[in-house]
Write a protein that binds this ligand. Structure first.
Ligand SMILES: [Zn+2]
Length: 88
């Protein structure tokens, strides 16, 4: 691209459309990974934490994650317990 072309394609070079729409940040609710169908693997309560292991996936309720979470070597943890606080 030559310098002239660069100037011509610059927004300020044509029409002066500087009216930028204010970005309406209508926050969508957080898309949760876990829902009421996901159940704790240690009991049958609703799962709020998903733990990714090398051997698979475990779902835990808040109670059982508190109990087992620190004993598990997880690759990744998806902690959605804040849902519990939102509902309060
Ligand atoms: Zn549980």
């Amino acid at each position: 691209m030559t310098r002239e072309e660069a100037m011509a394609s610059h927004p300020a070079g044509k029409g002066r459309q500087t009216t930028e729409e204010p970005v309406d940040e209508t926050q969508e609710p957080e898309p949760w990974l876990l829902d009421a169908r996901d159940r704790c693997d240690a009991c049958t309560a609703q799962a709020y934490v998903r733990v990714y292991l090398e051997s698979g996936i475990l779902d835990f309720c808040s109670h059982h994650y508190n109990k087992f979470g620190n004993r598990i070597t997880a690759i990744e943890v998806r902690d959605e317990r804040e849902k519990l606080y939102e509902q309060a």
